[in-house]
Design a protein around this ligand. Sequence first.
Ligand code: AMP
Length: 288
Amino acid sequence: MDMIVANDRAELAGARQALGVGGAGGGTLALVPTMGALHEGHRSLIRLAGEHADHVAVSVFVNPLQFGPGEDYARYPRTFEADLEVCAAEGAGVVFAPSAEEMYLPDRQVSVSAGKMGTVAEGAFRPGHFDGMLTVVLKLFNLVRPDAAVFGRKDAQQLALIRRMAADLNLPISIVGAPTVREADGLALSSRNRYLSPEDRTAALALSRALFAGAELAETGRSTPGEIRRAARAVLDAEPGADVDYLILADPATFAEVGDDHGGEAVLAVAARVGTTRLIDNVVLTLG
Ligand code: AMP
C-alpha cells in the first residue's frame, strides 16, 4: 500500500482505518515525531519504530510553541518533499503533516507544564521550550493514538521529560529511546547542521570531542564527576569557535547535576553556539 499523507485530523483518522490500526484484531502503530528536515538520525528512528509496531506514523510539524522569541522558528529548514521520500523509503505507513492552524485553536488556554525538570540545563537557556514540546507531543499522541513512540537520545532531556509525562499522566504508550547517529568524525546529526559554514563545522566537532574525552575518563572507573567535567570543559575551552551555554554531568532521569558521590549512569550534556547555530549533544557514562 502507498504511504498516506494526512494534513488534518480527519485524514489521519482515515489513514488509521486504511492501515487497519486499532480495534479488536487491529494492527499496532508506532509514532516518530519530527520537525522535518529529515536526516540519517530520523531514518534510524523510523526503522526502529518498525520493530515496535505493525505500522509506522511519522509526524512532520515545526512546532511554534517550542521556539522562544529570537530563536530560529522562521528559518528552521523545511524540506517537505524530500522528507516524504525519506519516510516512504523507510517504510512509514502514514505521514502526518498538519498546519499550525490545524494544531492550535486561536483561543487555546491549556498546556502541559514540564515542572522543575523543564527549568534546568536546556530549560534554563530556553524558557518555555519544554512546556511547548510536551504540549505538542501530547497533542500528537492524542491525534495519532500510537501504541509506541520513538525519540532520539540525542535530545536526552526531551526524552527524559517525555518518559516523565508518560508516567505522571498515565499515557498508554510505550516510549522507546533510540541511539544518537553521528557523522564518521563524531558530529551528531542535526537538522541545524546545514547552517554551519565549513569553519563552524570544524569548531562544532569540539562538542563530541569534549563528550568523548569525558567518557574515556569515566571508563577508567577512577575519575570523579568533577574531573570528568573539567576534562570535557578543557576541550571546549580550547575551541574559540564554540561558545558554551552549559556543560553538565547530570542524572539522566532528572537532569539534576550529580555530586561526587554519584554512582551508576550519568549523562554528560553540552550546548554551545557555533557561528549563528546552537547545537546540543550528550553521552551516557557509568560512574563508580
Ligand atoms: P527533530 O526533528 O530535530 O525535532 O528530531 C526528531 C527526533 O529525531 C527526536 O526524537 C530527536 O531526538 C531525533 N534525532 C535528532 N537527531 C538525531 C540523531 N543524530 N540521532 C538520533 N536521533 C536523532
